[in-house]
Design a binder for this molecule. Structure first.
Ligand code: NA7
Length: 550
């Protein structure tokens, strides 16, 4: 077999090379402009949008209110945009990002169809060199990864997967062409946030949908609604208030954390407030009702019981209802928002199969086999089986630091970062939404991280230095803090239920908290403290920056 030899091309120079043209990459591009730095974004897709470019399955939408899932640096940008629904569909999110790219003239910095395969730090020149998988070479002063928290899809390696004769789709890599389910028998594997969104929509069209569930989820009602003109005016009027609200909320949502502990309320008051939360929907159910749901096990158990009662009230078949009832702490796994999810199981064309004790092992030409059963007769199989979250994207790229060590090797031994933004041994390298940053309303996390990166680069310049990296002690401190804060919440229980917050959903992946759950608002405070205090956790020094070597 002849092997294609790709001739090395002349490296292209830019001050900042950004990987990924989603929210993070675009926000970084804006910061580079403010810093007066030239930047290029390399994007694997043929268009911008990141998550919303790839996850275009029917039903895909945000779980954050659309008007708070945006760029926050320009009121004018949002004033001229009309949000359509409480939760933006994938194409509305894409529309917003495309609108922003045009309004801010960002496209000329973006190169599409470029997948970064490797990046290495060149010690002598103090520059980064990145290569795409088709052989392009870029050199830069700063390398910024905005490659996404959930961008590497996980597809379980079922035996004989290739023998299935029907159509196969992955929610995380959905085709651009319309997929027709009319009259088809569809199997959906997975009931996380993606499965929960796709199942009700496909059920409207398909002849039959069989849902294969391994772990049931606490699906909270989203209570979506169209945005009226009056609501739109209110959104515009309250822009700054919304930004302030997000910065103060534990998950950076546009809501106000309750100041009341459930355990301090009477049983009647508990039920009254939870009913209110259930009706108002979304994450307000968890955050505007009581403030101890994530930290107090007894309070959590009362709320979990409340949700189970709702499931039993909605789902008519008692056996199905029981299968849909989770028995672990609410938030030990990320609770999805549902759009008539539980109601879907009352449809005559939807059935639920519990594979928790009888795992799926292989595919057949017409369906799949668990250890004890065979399920056949499917025209379509949809995998909604999640992501190699947090670390997946950077592990896939061969990123090498000062000693030639790869991020994959380093993280295999121990995951340690400063704020999920930078690492020891990887100078002038920044991660946007890297592991150990909060998992919350992503655009806000990204916004604060990029502001911090911008200030760090300003500090570097102001001190006459050219090399910056996180101090090892600072990374150890942050890692310990990430662990301790996680241990203070019920999220630590995720270890027992395959939580991707801990890397438990990927067989063989090291288990560690992949996100900071001490509160997004606390995180923003920590970032500010570090920046205002002169970046004590970072070490700055002089090195050559040899653009001429590029
Ligand atoms: P998730 O939340 O990781 O869900 C993946 C689902 O796939 C989940 O129900 C898994 O069951 C299931 N799964 C994974 N492997 C298997 C096998 N081998 N057999 C059966 N079922 C399996 O990913 P999503 O894409 O839904 O959501 C990820 C995030 O994206 C979401 O939280 C939002 O923030 C956006 P399990 O629960 O592990 O037992």
């Amino acid at each position: 077999m002849s092997q294609q030899v790709v001739a090395p091309r002349h490296p292209e120079w830019t001050d900042v090379l950004i990987i990924g043209a989603g929210f993070g990459g675009m926000r970084m591009l804006q910061e580079c402009r403010e810093l007066g730095l030239e930047s290029i974004i390399l994007e694997a897709g043929t268009g911008l949008g990141g998550t919303w470019y790839w996850n275009r399955y029917p039903g895909a939408r945000t779980d954050t209110e659309s008007w708070a899932y945006c760029f926050y640096f320009s009121e004018k940008l949002n004033e001229q945009y009309t949000f359509k629904e409480r939760y933006a569909t994938w194409d509305s999110s894409l529309d917003y990002l495309n609108y922003a790219a045009d309004a801010l003239d960002m496209r000329r910095h973006m190169r599409f169809g470029r997948r970064v395969a490797s990046a290495r730090y060149l010690n002598d020149e103090n520059i980064w060199e990145a290569r795409t998988d088709d052989g392009e070479i870029y050199r830069c002063r700063y390398l910024v990864s905005a490659s996404g928290v959930l961008s590497v899809a996980y597809k379980p390696p079922f035996k004989n997967a290739e023998t299935f004769q029907g159509e196969v789709y992955l929610t995380a890599n959905w085709p651009k062409e319309h997929v027709d389910f009319a009259g088809k028998r569809v199997a959906v594997i997975g009931t996380g946030a993606s499965g929960v969104q796709v199942i009700p929509i496909v059920a409207h069209e398909a002849a039959h949908v069989t849902v294969f569930q391994r772990t049931p989820n606490y699906v909270l009602p989203a209570r979506n609604y169209p945005i009226t003109d009056a609501k739109q005016r209110e959104i515009r009027r309250n822009f700054h208030q919304m930004v302030a609200q997000c910065r103060n909320q534990v998950f950076a949502f546009p809501m106000t954390d309750s100041k009341v502990a459930l355990k301090d309320a009477s049983p009647e008051e508990q039920q009254r407030v939870l009913e209110w939360g259930w009706e108002i929907g979304g994450f307000q159910f968890a955050f505007e009702t009581f403030n101890d749901i994530l930290t107090d096990r007894e309070s959590n158990a009362i709320v979990a019981d409340f949700v189970r009662r709702k499931i039993r009230a909605i789902v008519k078949d008692p056996k199905t209802a029981e299968m849909l009832c989770p028995d672990y702490a609410l938030f030990a796994k990320r609770p999805p928002l549902g759009h008539f999810y539980f109601e879907t199981f009352n449809r005559p064309n939807v059935s639920l199969v519990d594979v928790s004790q009888d795992p799926i092992e292989s595919m057949t030409p017409t369906g799949l086999k668990t250890r004890h059963h065979e399920y056949g007769d499917f025209d379509v199989v949809i995998y909604a089986t999640g992501f190699d979250g947090g670390t997946g994207a950077l592990v896939k790229i061969d990123v090498r630091g000062v000693q030639g060590q790869s991020i994959a090797e380093v993280w295999r031994k121990s995951l340690q970062t400063q704020f999920g933004i930078c690492m020891n041994g990887f100078p002038n390298f920044f991660m946007i939404s890297g592991p150990q940053a909060p998992f919350a309303n992503t655009p806000m996390i990204v916004d604060r991280a990029v502001t911090w990166i911008g200030n760090c680069i300003r500090h570097l310049d102001a001190t006459g230095n050219t090399v910056v990296e996180a101090r090892q002690e600072a990374c150890e401190r942050w890692t310990q803090h990430v662990q301790e804060t996680m241990d203070m919440t019920v999220l630590a229980d995720g270890a027992g239920v395959n939580s991707w917050f801990l890397g438990k959903n990927i067989p063989g992946k090291m288990t560690a908290p992949l996100f900071f759950f001490g509160g997004a608002n606390t995180y923003f405070g920590e970032l500010k403290k570090e920046s205002d205090g002169g970046f004590k956790g970072m070490q700055f020094r002089r090195g050559t920056v040899d653009a001429a070597a590029a």
